[in-house]
Write a protein that binds this ligand. Structure first.
Ligand code: GDP
Ligand code: MN
Length: 389
């Protein structure tokens, strides 16, 4: 789960990390109010779950309360598209209004997971700011990485090595060591999967300040932080993803035309691979998990049918704990006789005969298959019929 920048900064404050003064505004009047309260020039930042806002016009400056109100009016209710959002962009419903800061130098600093090494990882660069992707691509030697043993934690000497590598000396260096320690503590306490500060700046008067922050929380640990669930902003997700989340269905939108209903993540990946191998393009990754109820299956099917890009549905179920007849029932519940798209059902395992009988009895136009490859190739053939000469 992603947090907004203003939410993340509230958390940083709790951990003793310095951030600019300011707060969230949902109306132009509130933005003006923030500027009047702060009594200084402000920056207004669109709160969307994506980076790259600066280059996309999502970061504005104001020197009068009137101007703050106008900039806020033009940002609120708009959509901002950055390389991280896709062409449609994300809606702006909230702004962060904070004091502007004179920047002397911009750094990049993040904690994340190194999945290959099975440990945490500290990443830092003296070439921080809006061009960090370019730095990573063109001059990767300018990026520092340090693996952190989860049993030992971040050692002060590791943090000091990184701070020195960033060119920090004396008091700034020690300040950075403390800052990294605080961030690491936050990262663990809050079960983050990513904590990224870009830029971390040295201000005109030599202070270290987190100017922009992105926090990503590990969804699997959300149950340990009930207070953090309230920070969820569903306006930033595809409505179908929100619907899926309610039913605990793993749903990820992709760019193709074949909707997939599958039980189990491994089977879902094999299904996507097989469709591609047969010349098809999946429209999504949809995993209903093991032991789904008839209602959950029906809901998953509804999500598939609402997706405008779907032109065919491929159901691939391996019945273990899941019963094939329940899956068939779920399909019948939703589809009726009116599905505009071809449906291919590959089922195997528990109660498969009963499942097929149910589909047949309902009179659905469903193509059944026994094997995965057979099912995938039939699906693709139905979508792109061979040209008859
Ligand atoms: P992002 O583009 O989504 O990563 O948004 P950021 O919050 O990082 O803002 C983009 C850039 O705007 C930063 O890297 C800074 O260079 C600049 N910026 C943001 N706030 C201020 C500010 O208060 N003062 C100055 N001088 N620059 C700022
Ligand atoms: Mn940034």
């Amino acid at each position: 789960m992603n947090l907004h920048e203003y939410q993340s900064k509230e958390i940083l404050r709790l951990y003793g990390v310095a951030v600019p003064q300011g707060g969230m505004a949902e109306t132009p009047e509130q933005a003006r109010q923030w500027m009047e309260n702060l009594g200084r020039d402000v920056v207004l930042k669109a709160q969307i779950h994506a980076g790259g806002r600066g280059k996309a016009g999502g970061v504005r400056f104001a020197t009068t309360p009137q101007q703050a109100e106008e900039e806020a009016r033009s940002l609120l209710g708009s959509r901002i598209a950055t390389p991280q959002t896709g062409a449609a962009g994300l809606p702006v419903h909230r702004l962060l209004v904070e004091e502007t800061v004179a920047i002397d130098k911009e750094f990049y600093l993040s904690f994340t997971l190194d999945r290959e090494a099975g440990c945490y990882c500290l990443v830092a660069s003296a070439a921080g700011g809006v061009d960090i992707e370019e730095t990573a691509a063109k001059t990767p030697e300018r990026i520092w990485r340090r693996r952190i043993d989860p049993c030992l934690g971040l050692r002060p000497f590791q943090a000091r090595r990184v701070a020195l590598g960033l060119g920090l000396r004396g008091e700034s260096c020690e300040e950075a060591v403390t800052l990294m320690g605080n961030l690491y503590r936050l990262f663990l306490d809050r079960d983050c999967s990513q904590l990224e500060i870009n830029p971390l700046v040295i201000t005109g008067n030599g202070q270290l300040l987190a100017m922009d922050v992105k926090i990503n929380l590990d969804d699997n640990a959300l149950f340990r932080h009930p207070q953090q669930q309230a920070l969820f902003d569903e306006s930033q997700l595809d409505p179908l993803e929100v619907q899926a989340r309610r039913y605990d269905i793993a749903y990820i939108k992709m760019s193709g035309t074949i909707g997939c209903l599958v039980n189990g993540a491994g089977l879902a990946m094999a299904t996507l691979d097989m469709l591609q191998a047969c010349g098809g393009q999946p429209a999504n990754f949809l995993d209903i998990g093991g032991g789904a109820s008839r209602e959950k299956i029906a809901e998953a099917f509804r999500i598939l049918l609402q997706d405008q890009d779907v032109k065919g549905v491929f159901v691939n179920i391996f019945g273990g704990i899941m019963r094939c007849d329940l899956v068939a029932q779920g399909i019948v519940d939703v589809v009726g006789a009116a599905c505009p798209w071809p449906i291919v059902v590959r089922m195997a395992g528990a109660r498969v005969a009963e499942g097929k009988a149910l589909l047949a009895a309902a009179g659905l136009k469903v193509t059944c298959a026994d094997g995965l490859e057979e099912g995938a190739s039939r699906m693709v053939a139905l979508l792109c019929p061979p040209v008859v000469e």
